[in-house]
Design a protein around this ligand. Sequence first.
Ligand code: NAI
Length: 791
Amino acid sequence: MSIAEILDTMEYGPAPESDKEARAWIKGLGGETKLFIGGAWKKAKSGESFETMSPSNGEVLTRLAQANAADIDAAVKAASKAQPAWAALPGHVRARYLYAIARLVQRHSRLFAVVETLDNGKPIRETRDIDIPLVARHFYHHAGWAQLMDGELADKEPLGVCGQIIPWNFPLLMLAWKIAPAIALGNTVVLKPAEYTSLTALLFAEICQKAGLPEGVVNIVTGDGATGEAIVNHPGVAKIAFTGSTEVGRRIREATAGSGKSLTLELGGKSPFIVFDDADLDAAVEGVVDAIWFNQGQVCCAGSRLLVQESVQERFIAKLVSRMETLRVGDPLDKAIDIGAIVHPVQLARIRELVDVGVKEGAILHQPKAGVPAKGCFYPPTLLTGVHPAATVSRVEIFGPVLVATTFRTPAEAIELANNTEYGLAASIWSETLSLALDIAPKLKCGVVWVNGTNMFDAGVGFGGYKESGYGREGGREGLAAYCKPKWLAKAKPIAVLPTVEANGDVVSTGFVDRTAKLYVGGKQARPDGGYSRPVVSPSGALVGEVGEGNRKDIRNAVEAARKATGWATTAEHSRAQILYYIAENLDARSGEFADRLAAMTGRRKQDTAREVAASVSRLFAYGAWADKFEGAVHKPPLRGVALAMNEPLGILGIACPEEHGLLGFVSTFAPAIAMGNRVVVVPSSRQALAATDFYQVLETSDVPDGVVNIVTGDRDALALELAKHEEVDGIWYFGGREAAARIEKASTGNLKQVWAETVQRDWYDARQGEGREILSRAVQVKNIWVPYGE
Ligand code: NAI
C-alpha cells in the first residue's frame, strides 16, 4: 500500500478520554445528591429525587435531589443573609474570590470537562476546548468588574438575591454567565441547573467551598420546572435571570408581573446564516459546521437557517453535503468525535418529529451515509434543502443538528428572509466584501451578528436577543446593567395612585376652554375615534380644558403612524440632535403659556410651574446633546477580531408618562426615546394632559418628521394596557401604580416586548435621576457585531 493510499483510507482510530476520575467523583456523591445551601450540603426537604443519565448510553449516573418550595425558601434566606456583608466587602476582596474560582476551575478543568460530557453528551473536544475555558474566562473577566465597581459604577448598588434558572445545552457555561456578573457586583444567588444536566453545577459548588467563598453567596438547588417556579415566585428574590425556551420565558414574565422583580430573558432563536456569492465558500462550509453541528445544534444562537445566494447555491450545497460525510458521530468521550449525543430521548424525539414534518412539507433530506450508533441518543447531521420560508422547519426552533436551506437573489431579499422570524438572537454573514457585510449588519433585527464567523462568545462581549429571543444582555459592560440598580432607588417612595377629581362646574379661564384638544397622530391633529372628550380639571375641580378620549382604535392608528416613520431610526444622530434643540427653543419661546397652563391644572404657583417649564427646556437641550453621544463600544475579545457594541433603538416605544409633572414628565420620557431613534406613542398624564396637547404646536414647528411622536390622550392606564398588548410595539415605559404595572407586564407577553414599569417616585428635577445614561440605556438594545480585525 502506498503512503498516498494509506492516507486516503486512513480512519481516525478511537481516542477515548478516561472517565475514571469523573466516575469516582460521581460515585462520591453517594447515589443521591444534596442541595448546596448556605455553604453546606443539605438533604432535600421533599425527600424526593430523580435519575440523571448519560445520553450517549442511557446509563443512570446518579439521582438528583428534587428541591421543593421549602428548600428554595431556605436557599433564599441563606442568600439574603449573606448578601449585605458580601456587598459591603471592598471590590478588590470580592475580586479575589472570583479569581480564586477561575483558577480552581482551570485546575479542575479536565474533571469538569469529562463530567459535563458524561452528563450532557457533548463531545469532550468541545467541553475541554470551549465550555470550560470560557467558564474560567468569565470568572477572570468579572473579577475585574468587582474590582472596578466602586469607581466605574459608583452610583450603582447590587439588586440583592438573584434567582437564576439555566438550561441544559451549556450547563456549566450558562452557570458562569449567570453567577460571575451577579456575585462580582455584590449580589448573592440561588441557581437552578437544568434537570438533565446538574452535575457540573454541584462540582462548581465544591469549587466555591474550596475557594472559601462566604457561605450563602452561591446556593445551588436541583430540581425540575416546579423548583424553577418556586424560585420565580419567592418574594425574597429581587431578580430572575432565565435562559431557556421562549415558552417558559413567557410564563416567567407572567409570573413576575407586578412583583417588582427585575427580569432578563435569554430565549430561543432561529438564526440566519447568510452566504453571499462572493464568500469564501470553503470557509463558509466550515462556518456551517460550527454554526449548526457544534453542540449537536443545541445552541440558542445556532445558525439553523442557511440563506445562500442563488448563483452559488449548487456549489455550496455540494460542498456542504460532502463535508457532512466526514463528520464523526459517536461516543462523546472519544476525542476524535465531532458530534456527540442529544441531551435526552425527549429532545431526540422532538428533533425526529420536526424533521419528519419538514420532509412531509416538501423538503429534501440530506444525511451522511454512515448513520449513527445504534445505541444511545444520537441524531445525524442533517440538511434540509428546498425549504419554503413559511415551512414549519423554517419557523420553529428545532434545537438539534438540523439545518434548513433556502436561497435568495439580492441582498434586500436576504435581509427580508433573515428578519422573517419572531426570534432575533443572532446572524452570520459571509462575504469577502466587507462593505456589503457591514451594510447588512445594521439591517438585521438581532442582538449578535458575526461577520465571516459564527458562534463566537466572550465574557467581555454582550450577548442577548431582540424580539421574542428575550431581553437583557449577558457579558461585557452592557451585561452589568442586569445586576445593579441606581442607589437612589432604595430611598424612593412608591407612586401613590391619586383619586379622580370630579368637575365641580367651575371654569378656570385660560382662554382655551372652548377648544377641545385632539389627538396627535402621524404629524396631524386627529379627532378621537369614539368622538368623546374628557375634562381636565384643577385640584379643586374647576374645568381647565378638554382633551380627546382616546381608545384602542386610536392606539392602533398611532402605532400604524409610528410604524410608517421608519426613517427616524437611521436619521443621523446629528440631525436628531438638531431637532431636539429646535423643540427646546420653541418650547422656550412659549414658556409663559405653558407655565400658566400648568398652574391652572395643578393649582401650583406660577413661579413653581415656570421652574418646571425651564427644567423641561433644559432637558430637551440635554437630550439634544446626548443624541450623538450615547455611543456604543468596541470590545476586544481574546479571539481574532473585535465586537462593535452598537446602541440601536428598540423600534416603537409606548410611553405612559408620570401623572405628576405633566410637562417635565412628558418631556423627560419622550425626548430620550426619540433621541435614540425610537418612534413613540405617548399617553400623557391624565390629570395634566393639556401640557402634552399644547405641545402639538411645538412639535409642528420643530421639523419632527410625521409619525415620530404620536400622542393619545385619555385614560392613561387603560391606554397603556392597549399599548402593552399591541404586537407591533417593541417596548413600554410605564410610571405609575403597582397594580396597573402588573397588568401591563402581564399583557406584554404576546410579543415579549421589553417593559420598564417604574412604580416608585423619581425626582425628575434631579438630573442624576431624571436624565442621562440610565434612562438612555432603556431606550436602546445593544447589538454586538463581531468583525475580523487584526491577526
Ligand atoms: P425549558 O425552558 O423548559 O428549561 C429551561 C430551564 O427552565 C430548566 O432549568 C427548567 O427546569 C426550567 N423551567 C421549566 N419550567 C419552568 C417554570 N415554569 N418556571 C421556572 N423554571 C422552569 O427548556 P427544555 O424543556 O429543557 O427544552 C425545550 C425547548 O426549549 C428545546 O427544545 C429548545 O427549543 C428550547 N431551549 C432553548 C434554550 C436556549 O438556550 N435558548 C435552552 C434549552 C432549551
